[in-house]
Write a protein that binds this ligand. Structure first.
Ligand code: FAD
Length: 217
């Protein structure tokens, strides 16, 4: 059920200079992994969408946010302190795993930057999931939450670093590899990456009905 209300900030964890996790009181909100919320400071009409990063059974809500240098909301949320109130509306959206396939399906998650957030929630919620993550980042330190994933299932694709599992963009990784035609693919992040990655996987024979996307910007 969708609700709107004030939630207290529990803490902020800074992962890099510009990326942070907000941990917020859950206030009994129920959601499906992959959904997002609308978030803003209390008494501020400016709100933005953020995917829920925490698992459905966690006792708190978490979101993973990258501060956009010329943005407004992402910058202001970073300056909050524990105890501050946030306006939270949700859960929203339909970006989730097909419940009939969770136990038997083989999943490929393709993310750019903080687009990893819904996949973190899906993996945390479903510990036996058969998945592989391709995470498009610039440098290896942008591998937010790396330890949450089995090392064999998480591939950092770094465009400006040679010390990750793969040097190059996620689209280069897709071009250089083969994928089982039954793979169910989920994409999240910036539109350009999603469009190019989808086109490549369709050309490799994965049916359009198995491609699911959440565009951030
Ligand atoms: C369904 C959905 C879920 C989202 N989930 C997340 C999430 O989990 N984490 C997260 O960090 N963001 C997420 N976003 C993006 C988020 O809603 C905001 O757009 C972002 O935080 C910028 O808001 P702002 O007010 O700071 O900047 P604005 O003033 O709204 O925008 C400034 C500019 O930044 C661009 N922009 C937006 N996001 C990024 C980005 N990540 N990198 C570079 N440029 C960007 C916008 O296109 C715009 O041109 C999501 C968006 C959608 C639609």
């Amino acid at each position: 059920m969708q609700t709107t209300g004030l939630h207290k900030l529990i803490n902020i964890e800074n992962l890099t200079e510009s990326t942070y996790i907000l941990r917020i009181e859950k206030n009994d909100m129920k959601f499906d992994a992959g959904q997002h919320i609308l978030l803003g400071k209390a008494n501020d009409t400016d709100q933005r969408e953020y995917s829920i990063y925490s698992g459905v059974d966690d006792e708190y809500l978490e979101v993973l946010i990258k501060e956009v240098s010329d943005g407004s909301v992402s910058k202001h949320l970073k300056n909050l302190v524990p105890g501050d109130l946030l306006n939270v509306e949700g859960p929203l959206g339909f970006f989730g795993l097909n419940k009939d396939k969770i136990e038997t399906g083989s999943f490929l998650f393709i993310a750019s930057g903080t687009g990893i957030a819904p996949f973190h929630s899906m993996v945390r919620t479903n510990p036996n999931l058969d998945y592989k993550i391709l995470h498009g980042i610039r440098t290896c330190d942008e591998a937010y939450g790396k330890n949450s994933y089995h090392p064999d299932r998480y591939i950092r694709c770094a465009s400006r670093d040679i010390d990750c599992e793969f040097s190059g963009r996620v689209t280069d990784y897709i071009s250089n590899n083969t994928f089982d035609k039954d793979t169910i693919c989920y994409f999240c992040g910036n539109f350009k990456m999603i469009k190019e990655a989808m086109d490549l996987l369709e050309k490799k024979g994965i049916p359009g009905s198995q491609l699911h996307a959440e565009v951030y910007f």
